[in-house]
Design a protein around this ligand. Structure first.
Ligand code: G6P
Length: 468
């Protein structure tokens, strides 16, 4: 079996005992890397504070090598805080209004991709299979090809791919599109993303579908398709099932004083629709005042990308909206909303999901949104909570038994919250069963195997069955 080389902007490092960090993607990719042997390469998350990026630092853990590079302050500003998170992120989430395009930052993005390619080439063996992740590294395959790399290279985009008109508003869109077409397999989260990508090729007149998921563009052919990412469903469900014994969950349950819990868990990001969610919750309380004092909405929101101005201002907006809501509707013995700005460890999170009657996952746009899946997986099969899910999350393509809402429609979302809180047990069970079956049959291990089966060199894929 050929080695696997994973490249991503951030690298989830194992703890001192060599265990991978929690989270489906890290666990599944570590399992694949352990099985085949290989490398996980990426940014260390640090900057050198000097004019030159640091040397590649290699750390061994069994069959896996971690290859990490520090970047310069300028790289971080231009590549990460700049082009990746002020152009590609907003564009892919259909927010042209929030893009801040600067040629210097675009040059920094391509420069860091060249640096990654320069550093990766000496580590590669001819039959390694390379799997690149996410929007930070779209040009990497083209850079590797320029350096003579002939290996199979796959790419998975964790975020949405936008419609052509939106994508074309990036001044260097052609270089980005051509970069994607230098891979052998390009994976998207949903069929809608694949349609948008195919629409970009067609409208630009640079490529066409050949059928069966194959495309020809910029003089080469490759596969592009939807590979909706899954989670570690069974493991997470088992952790959640044990959570009622956890002291922290018992304390949380006590603090609710018999009130129903609604939960939202999101990185602080404008794509998550948190202010719109607070507005919908307020509308729900005002239109169904019998619930005042009877429900609590917990919003868990770790800060993110705080050096990007749009994120800093979202931080202020959410904090002030949460404060305003509590000031307007709270009483001396009840606050409608608890808002915390830090992340929560997965076992506790699993318990909180299970404690909640309603999961609020209402992004304005989201590639997949694994919180939606985690909420479902954590529920008690005998008495499951209800998922209120934005139709604009990739997860809605699979979890169509959730209460699907339009996050721009505060009244509609408010009604869905009320419906969720009053849904009869039979209906809750039926909806949950349907979603849980899907999550069990399409988990993250399956996702990884499916992508790898497409990426594997054809000779490996079509080996004849051994004679009986
Ligand atoms: C999204 C992206 C990931 C990214 C994560 C956290 O899920 O798809 O690539 O790692 O956000 O963002 P950060 O900028 O902190 O790495």
């Amino acid at each position: 079996m050929s080695r696997l080389v994973v490249v991503s902007n951030r690298v989830p490092l194992p703890d001192k005992a060599g265990n991978p960090p929690a989270g489906g993607l890290a666990v599944a990719l570590h399992a694949a890397l352990r099985e085949r042997g290989g490398i996980w390469m990426g940014w260390s998350g640090k900057s050198t504070g000097e004019d030159e990026p640091g040397p590649l630092s290699i750390r061994e853990n069994g069959a896996i090598q971690y290859a990490l590079t520090d970047l310069t302050d300028r790289d971080v500003a231009e590549y990460y805080n700049g082009f990746a998170n002020r152009v590609l992120w907003p564009i892919c989430h259909s927010r042209i209004d929030l893009t801040e395009y600067a040629r210097r930052e675009m040059a920094g993005y391509f420069r860091v991709n060249r640096l990654f390619a320069d550093r990766l080439v000496p580590l590669l063996r001819p039959d390694d299979v390379i799997w690149v992740h996410d929007y930070h590294l779209i040009p990497l395959a083209e850079e590797l090809r320029r350096r003579g790399v002939r290996n199979r290279i796959g790419f998975f985009l964790h975020i949405p791919w936008p419609p052509a008109d939106i994508f074309f508003s990036v001044p260097v869109y052609e270089a980005i599109l051509r970069g994607l077409c230098a891979y052998d397999v390009v994976g998207f989260q949903t069929d809608y993303d694949v349609e948008n990508f195919a629409g970009c090729l067609r409208r630009e007149g640079v490529g066409e579908p050949l059928g069966g998921g194959r495309f020809r563009a910029f003089g080469r052919s490759f596969v592009a398709g939807d590979f909706p990412i899954g989670m570690e469903t069974a493991e997470f469900a088992a952790i959640a099932a044990k959570s009622p014994d956890d002291r922290r969950i018992r304390e949380m349950a006590r603090s609710l004083g018999g009130r129903d819990l609604l939960i939202g868990v999101d990185r602080l990001d404008y794509s998550k629709g948190i202010p719109q969610r607070i507005e919908a919750y307020e509308r729900f309380l005002r239109s169904a005042p019998e619930y005042m004092g009877k429900v609590i909405y917990l919003q868990v929101t770790p800060a993110s990308r705080s050096e990007v101005p749009e994120y800093a201002s979202m931080q202020e907006t959410v904090a002030s909206e949460a404060g305003r809501l509590n000031g307007a509707l709270g009483t001396v013995d009840w606050v409608p909303m608890r808002y915390i700005n830090r992340s929560i460890r997965r076992p506790v999170l699993a318990g909180l999901y299970r404690l909640a009657k309603v999961g609020l996952v209402t992004p304005l746009r989201d590639g997949m949104n694994l919180v939606a899946k985690e909420f479902v997986a954590a529920q008690d099969p005998e008495d499951p909570g209800v998922l209120v899910l934005s139709r604009f999350a990739g997860a809605a393509r699979e979890l169509d038994s959730a209460l699907l809402i339009n996050p721009h429609d505060a009244e509609g979302t408010a009604k869905a919250i009320q419906r969720a809180l009053s849904m009869p047990l039979d209906e809750r069970r039926e909806r949950w069963d349907h979603m849980m079956k899907r999550l069990l049959s399409h988990d993250v291990v399956q996702w990884c195997a499916d992508f790898m089966a497409h990426l594997e060199p054809p000779t490996h894929r079509f080996l004849p069955e051994p004679a009986p």
